[in-house]
Ligand binder design. Structure first.
Ligand SMILES: CC(C)(COP(=O)(O)OP(=O)(O)OC[C@H]1O[C@@H](n2cnc3c(N)ncnc32)[C@H](O)[C@@H]1OP(=O)(O)O)[C@@H](O)C(=O)NCCC(=O)NCCS
Length: 330
């Protein structure tokens, strides 16, 4: 069974409501119909109900089991506007600004999640990553004890001898361009949780990657990874985590044993923490293209789950991302 099949099966066991702010967009509409029909989620589409109904009819879609909400005409509009104003007035947001923002389906959807009127949100078929992330960061904020929102890339390799039966988690590949040592430590802890919750990886073995193994090279960049390792140990002493480790020392048993003898992670890592976004983003794309791996992006560390799509996404990508969000919400 592929990881996506596993995630779909988990979603079906504990169905959650997922708000899709880009409700008038055709791929989103089709995905909502599939999610409802297959019992994977309770989809909520935001947009003009007339336009949504007309588009559904034209596409021959049935929207039974799909809730449609027009943000500006919703009975919750005033409640969300006032709450947004309270949350952001110290950042210069006026009541008029809050009203304008809440009429935007993206902000309305984020407010639904904030108020637990929806269990999670999926967006990005039309909006950029930043447009979706910014309101989530400003309003939903981080989970208690977690300082930074980040992302994990679930990597599914053809070679099942690597990682956890062919599964690896790479982080952070999407959000934080240049994390501090403390932020790297929080990214590592969130990624271990993603490995457990979404992939059933037990135990997560977290490698803090560098171009050095156990101080084999001296540089400020290496010191940052060593500092992050120390902080992560203090924050989560029970977690199997080690660094600094080179990629091969993290993954290849013989090399791990010779370069980092006695490490609980070296040679058997299944969660790989890259030192910055350039390394993480390049690393996952190399794996995807050269090893023919599947790569599924997941946001982590938010107080309630929201996930981003790529603008080139397919209907299937939206369905899969909604299922990931359902499992995170569960
Ligand atoms: C995430 C991102 C969009 C934030 O951009 P931004 O608007 O410049 O962010 P700001 O610094 O103005 O912060 C906005 C708010 O989010 C918070 N924030 C920013 N990054 C955060 C993070 N990683 N975790 C938690 N909160 C964060 C800030 O504290 C701020 O909160 P406040 O307004 O309540 O004070 C930005 O980091 C980014 O563009 N990252 C790279 C995304 C990208 O292009 N990826 C490419 C690969 S697909």
């Amino acid at each position: 069974m592929s990881i996506l099949d596993t995630i779909r099966a988990k979603a079906r066991e504990n169905v959650k409501s997922i708000v899709l702010p880009e409700g008038e967009e055709s791929r989103t509409l089709q995905a909502a119909a599939i999610l409802a029909r297959e019992g994977l989620a309770k989809p909520i589409l935001l947009g003009d109900p007339e336009k949504i109904r007309a588009a559904a009819e034209a596409a021959g879609l049935t929207l039974s089991g799909v809730t449609v909400i027009h943000p500006a005409e919703s009975p919750d509009f005033d409640r969300y506007r006032d709450a947004l104003y309270e949350l952001r007035k110290n950042k210069g947001v006026t009541l008029a600004d809050a009203a304008r923002l809440v009429s935007d389906p993206m902000y309305f959807g984020i407010m639904m999640v904030k108020f637990q009127d929806a269990d999670g949100l999926v967006s990005g078929a039309v909006h950029s990553t930043g447009d979706m992330l910014r309101p989530a960061l400003q309003i939903i904020k981080t989970k208690p004890g977690i300082k930074v929102v980040s992302s994990s890339m679930i990597i599914e390799l053809k070679d099942r001898s690597i990682g956890s039966d062919g599964l690896l988690i790479y982080a952070d590949c999407v959000v934080n361009p240049c994390p501090t040592a403390e932020e790297l430590a929080h990214i590592a802890i969130s990624s271990a949780e993603t490995a457990r919750v979404l992939c059933g990886i037990e135990p997560p073995r977290v490698a803090m990657l560098s171009f050095s193994t156990k101080g084999s090279a001296k540089h400020d960049l290496v010191s940052k990874v060593q500092e992050a390792t120390k902080i992560a140990h203090q924050l989560a002493p029970e977690l199997l985590l080690d660094g600094d480790l080179q990629f091969d020392a993290a993954l290849v048993p013989d090399i791990g044993a010779s370069k980092a003898p006695g490490s609980p992670v070296a040679g058997q890592a299944n969660v790989l923490i890259f030192p910055d976004l350039q390394a993480g983003n390049i690393g996952y794309k190399i794996t995807q293209r050269l090893a023919g791996a599947e790569a599924i992006a997941v946001l982590q560390g938010l107080a309630a789950p929201c996930n981003d799509l790529s603008r080139g996404c397919s209907v299937e990508d939206i369905v899969n991302t909604a299922c990931v969000t359902v499992v995170q919400a569960g």
